[in-house]
Design a protein around this ligand. Structure first.
Ligand code: ATP
Ligand code: MG
Length: 879
């Protein structure tokens, strides 16, 4: 079977067992503070497991793109070194939401593996949870018994908490699990050593392929387990591992999932891929590097396609580091000194066409982003190598300090092993202990900076779901159904969830609402922000309401909300206008909509010209004046919406039914969950205030509307009035400023001229004062000239008329000391005098320094009062 057929067979099998097939969620997670990237198929169903949302169907199945590079599940260091852990991989999964449980899950996984995929039963091992005394949990007898129907007893193995109790994170849904492992060794090896001893023992040929989790607990903050309201099944099978096993390979990379990429890399690098190479054997480093590239480009490309650009912080930084790891390997071992990684993007996009189309439709954009990152990092790498060389050359022992090795890794992306390798080549070692210390210190710092202490929810009412009323009203009577205390950066806050709320929770770029919760006893609690957490709408307050059990009225801050709505609707008009003016390639890459302005990031490869900006503004303002009524459809079937031509965004997770916002059927139709004006006239006016670049291939427009424009116009007219007043009300301000500038230039020139005249007058005066001692003519004087150029000119003129000159001039230039020394060339030669040395010595008196040539030097300083001492010292030299 081809990889494609294997995926399809999985989905078909579970469809035949009445599962609804759903799309993969984006790989980049929004609305969950505990998770940056999707790390398991179950993530998108988390709120169902927690009882916070109703499932759309009781049984579903899908293939989910996952990324395990941060947090609780981080496989990054294994990737490429072993043959079965990836950064991005597909997890095939089937779920039961309170429907079937252990029996069906076990029956069907066995049926699929042995009857559909026809895997050799003798090579399969299964595990069950052996229990854990500390947790107060017994062994999973049920799972054991169900397996025993199909599997020989010596192929059913007990497993401990680490392997057989699945948890998504520090807190959250969890439960015992049952894994299925495949023994892919040769028959001779199997005869020699029983596969049972190699399960969960890191043998690269006896690997876990599928995990069936029986979700029945919620892990609380204090570590205790609480039974979930309903029991669920959550399974995950590694697609790339399954393909490997079915195609009879010993490495995931030898399958048709990875081979096209590996072959392309091998061909372009002119090196051979030695799949079987072992550590320290010939070709090992090259093989690891090829696997790393083939793997990492998948993670990078899908993260970018799903909206996470590489950047300097958080999720963006994780992506940047993965990219750098790939570039570093290819630079070091495959000889790619020029950007190359990006060339894999089109290949990958083609491969995933029809599976995850978000990559294919954005392949040029993704490739461009990768290319720019590569260019920047290759430059950094080169800088790091230069720094390394300097340190090595200046070293007085043969050890590279741990702190420096850490800086190389932190700033230049050099992992420790690369620094060690470079050190070894030069006969140096690296202080790894010092490196680890520095690393640990940084970890502690960042942990302290981001530490959030989240308490458990205190439940007041049992409610399955919460209702958002904010599309229709901004004031709703409601109850608090649960709350918790959160501590971050030393600040204590409360988070409240209401059964009904008009407060819009930050999402889709629109900021969260603020407002008041008003209780019957008159207590008013301010809501400072509203955010989403999975399906919940969480209200942030600084205090816990005293009468938290009572009915309350939730009021959204009205004026703020109206301004936000004006900016949000304008964003839609802007998006549509841009597609008309710039082209249909324009795709939203991020947006911010708050009460003050709107910010819109979009894919476009060149600067938006002034002319284009004017056209865009014109169209948007026309649409505003047309006062187009809002058409809001809350529940349109997704497929129907897409065929009708609505604009959907990449990286958003859309359900089966979507909300469509239309302003004029022929102009703007978007999938959107935000709040909007009732008619475009409410926006009043639209003005673009800035256009800039944010990343490779991504431009940004900032704009204001309504009240914002009013403020802007007020500021501008006030400014113009101020200018008029200053200029004494001229008819034409611009002309008036122009002639002022001209006059200014003319005056400056005149001043320069008169200064030079003054200097030349001084020349004769000073020449007359020269004192002749031992064949040297000394002039040591303070002069009143306004700039250093004039003094320099004077010095040169004196040199021409006074022979054997030894000149020291000091001046106070706008409160700063200036010292100028000029020595006749013959004195420099014959007597070894040096103006530079003299000026430096003199400058000490004004707390300054300077230098120059042996015949001419100048100095400045801090203490203008020291000039008299300079004169004295200089006269002292005469003797
Ligand atoms: P392992 O012990 O091999 O790392 P795991 O216990 O972390 O696996 P689960 O969290 O149970 O795996 O995930 C379910 C399935 O997803 C696994 O059985 C495996 O087939 C697959 N899988 C997990 N991590 C990876 C990865 N990094 N790359 C590819 N497949 C993976
Ligand atoms: Mg793992």
């Amino acid at each position: 079977m081809t990889a494609q057929q294997i995926r399809q067979a999985f989905l078909d099998f579970f469809a035949s067992k009445q599962h609804t097939i759903v799309p993969s969620a984006p790989i980049v997670v929004k609305n969950d503070p505990t998770l940056m990237f999707t790390n398991a198929g179950m993530n998108q169903f988390k709120d169902i497991f927690l009882g916070e949302a109703e499932p759309k169907a009781p049984r579903v199945a899908d293939t989910q793109r996952c990324l395990r590079v941060s947090g609780k599940h981080n496989d990054l260091e294994e990737v490429g070194v072993d043959t079965y852990h990836h950064t991005m991989f597909e997890m095939l999964g089937n779920w039961s939401f309170g429907d079937y449980f252990k029996k069906e899950a076990i029956d069907w996984s066995w049926e699929l593996l042995t009857s559909v995929y026809k895997l050799d039963k003798d090579r399969l091992y299964v595990t069950y949870f052996e229990g854990d005394e500390k947790e107060g949990l017994g062994k999973d007898q049920e799972a054991y018994d169900f397996w025993k129907q199909y599997v020989a007893e010596d192929h059913i193995l007990p497993g401990n908490k680490k392997d057989n109790f699945w948890e998504m994170g520090e807190t959250g849904p969890c439960g015992p699990c049952s894994e299925i492992h495949f023994d892919g060794r040769t028959d001779e090896e199997r005869a020699r050593v029983s596969g049972a001893t190699l399960v969960n023992a890191d043998d690269p040929n006896v690997i876990e392929i599928w995990n069936n989790v029986f979700m029945q607990f919620n892990r609380l903050k204090d570590g205790s387990l609480q039974p979930l309201p309903n029991k669920h099944v959550d399974t995950g099978m590694g697609y790339e591992r399954l393909v490997r096993v079915l195609q009879g390979k010993t490495s995931n990379y030898d399958t048709d999932v990875f081979m096209p990429l590996i072959q392309f890399i091998a061909e372009k690098s002119g090196k051979i891929y030695k799949a079987e190479a072992t550590p320290r054997a010939d070709g090992w480093n090259e093989a690891v590097a090829m696997r790393v590239m083939a793997d990492h480009i998948r993670a990078i490309s899908f993260a970018i396609a799903d909206g996470q650009l590489p950047s300097n912080n958080k999720a963006g930084y994780v992506i940047r580091r993965i990219l750098r790891r790939a570039v570093r390997y290819s630079y070091q071992y495959l000889g790619f000194k020029e950007p190359f990684l990006n060339q894999l993007v089109p290949l990958l996009a083609e491969q995933f066409k029809g599976v995850f189309d978000e990559l294919y439709s954005q392949k040029d954009f993704v490739q461009k982003v990768v290319l720019e990152e590569e260019v920047a990092f290759l430059r950094t790498l080169q800088n790091g190598i230069t720094q390394f060389e300097q340190v090595v050359n200046a070293a007085n022992n043969n050890v590279i300090a741990g702190q420096f090795a850490f800086e190389l890794s932190d700033t230049f992306g050099f992992p420790l092993d690369l620094t060690e390798l470079m050190a070894r080549e030069r006969g140096f070692t690296v202080d790894t202990e010092g490196f680890n210390q520095a690393l640990q210190q940084q970890k502690n710092r960042s942990r302290a900076a981001t530490a959030i202490d989240t308490g458990d929810w205190v439940l007041l009412k049992d409610n399955d779901s919460v209702e958002f009323t904010g599309y229709d009203e901004i004031e709703t009577i409601a109850h608090v159904i649960k709350y918790r205390k959160v501590k971050a950066k030393g600040k204590e806050q409360y988070q409240l969830v209401l059964d009904k709320t008009p407060f819009y929770a930050e999402s889709g770029g629109q900021v969260g609402d603020t407002g008041d919760l008003i209780f019957p006893d008159g207590e008013i609690v301010k809501v400072t922000d509203t955010k989403k957490e999975n399906g919940l709408i969480v209200h942030f307050t600084d205090v816990l309401p005293q009468s938290v059990d009572d009915a309350l009225t939730a009021y959204v801050d009205r004026d703020r909300r109206l301004n936000i709505e004006s900016n949000h609707s304008a964003t839609h008009l802007l998006h549509a206008a841009m597609k008309q003016v710039l082209g249909t390639h324009v795709n939203q890459k991020g947006s911010l909509v708050n009460a003050d302005y709107l910010r819109f990031d979009f894919s476009h490869f060149s600067k938006v010209t002034d002319d284009e900006i004017a056209q865009i503004e014109l169209i948007v303002n026309e649409k505003i004046r047309e006062n187009i009524g809002l058409k809001e459809e809350r529940s349109v079937a997704y497929a129907e919406a897409i065929t009708s031509g609505v604009t959907a965004l990449f990286g958003e997770k859309y359900g089966e039914y979507v909300r469509v916002i239309t302003f004029d059927d022929d102009f703007s139709k978007e999938l959107c969950g935000g709040t909007h004006v009732k008619a475009t006239g409410q926006i009043a006016f639209f003005k673009i205030t800035a256009e800039s670049a944010v990343a490779a291939g991504v431009r940004r427009i900032e704009a204001i509307t309504g009240v914002g424009v009013e403020k802007y116009i007020h500021e501008q007219t006030t400014l113009v009035q101020q200018l008029k007043d200053l200029l004494k009300n001229p008819k034409d301000i611009a002309k008036s400023i122009e002639s002022l500038l001209e006059e200014n230039t003319r005056l400056k020139k005149e001043i320069e001229k008169s200064v030079l005249e003054k200097a030349s007058g001084l020349k004769t005066e000073l020449a007359a004062k020269a004192e002749s001692i031992n064949g040297i003519n000394f002039i040591v004087q303070k002069v009143a000239l306004p700039n250093a150029e004039a003094i320099k000119a004077l010095a040169y003129q004196l040199k021409d008329i006074v022979a054997d000159l030894y000149l020291v001039l000091v001046a106070d230039i706008d409160g700063k000391p200036n010292i100028t020394v000029m020595i006749a060339e013959n004195l420099v030669k014959d007597k070894g005098l040096n103006a530079g040395n003299i000026v430096r010595e003199l400058a000490k008196e004004v707390q300054g320094g300077g230098g120059g040539q042996p015949f001419f030097a100048t100095a400045g300083g801090k203490d203008v009062n020291g000039l008299d001492r300079v004169l004295e010292k200089a006269r002292g030299f005469i003797g």
